[in-house]
Design a protein around this ligand. Structure first.
Ligand SMILES: N[C@@H](CCC(=O)N[C@@H](CS)C(=O)NCC(=O)O)C(=O)O
Length: 76
């Protein structure tokens, strides 16, 4: 599982959920200051150009409230 991440509030909430649930996840930094979220590669995952993005195999989740929800399912 990979979390495309920047240390701002919305992605941080997902990193806290991962930590609380004890789930291993590779953090992939996306530098919002350098506008990496506007790049073609990132926008192929999330056309809205926002983090967090959670990728688990072919599954891509881009909406934070629901980014945390499937984590609970994975945990159990
Ligand atoms: N609905 C999303 C919004 C995520 C969001 O707004 N992320 C901000 C960082 S906290 C972002 O990626 N901003 C980049 C931009 O607006 O270019 C969520 O709640 O996770």
């Amino acid at each position: 599982m990979k979390l495309y991440h920047f240390p701002s509030p919305n992605p941080q909430k997902v990193t806290f959920a991962l930590e609380e649930l004890g789930l291993d996840c590779e953090l992939v930094p996306v530098d919002l200051i350098k506008r990496e979220q506007a790049g073609v590669e990132f926008q192929s995952m999330n056309p809205f150009g926002r983090v967090p993005v959670l990728v688990d195999g072919a599954y891509i989740n881009t909406a934070r409230p629901s980014t945390s929800s499937p984590l609970r399912a994975i945990r159990h």
